[in-house]
Design a protein. Structure first.
Length: 99
């Protein structure tokens, strides 16, 4: 059974709205979402698993230096970004859940 996203259907969003909803999925790397959007989203991408696979493929197909930049952008637990209050809301929730 498809996992329909609760937000507006990704396939119906313009770039700015898509980035507002999905730009932070890959920590401080909205280029992943932007690239996925520019490749063209169809009604299939309204399923969370399909959208996740598409965005994952963008990252896997990116240049190695871009992949490393995404890894480096993800904050360590209780690292400098956390201590400075610079985490995204999603990362704050993630880390709170991790204890």
């Amino acid at each position: 059974m498809p996992h329909t996203l609760n937000a507006a259907r990704p396939s119906s969003l313009g770039l700015e709205a898509f980035l507002a909803h999905y730009g932070d999925i890959f920590e401080h790397s909205p280029w992943v979402a932007e690239t996925a959007w520019k490749q063209g989203l169809t009604a299939q991408h309204d399923d969370a698993d399909v959208l996740a696979d598409t965005m994952g493929a963008v990252l896997r197909n990116a240049a190695i230096d871009e992949q490393i930049a995404v890894i480096r952008a993800h904050p360590d637990l209780a690292g400098k970004a956390a201590l400075a209050g610079e985490l995204t809301q999603d990362s704050t929730r993630e880390q709170a859940g991790a204890g």
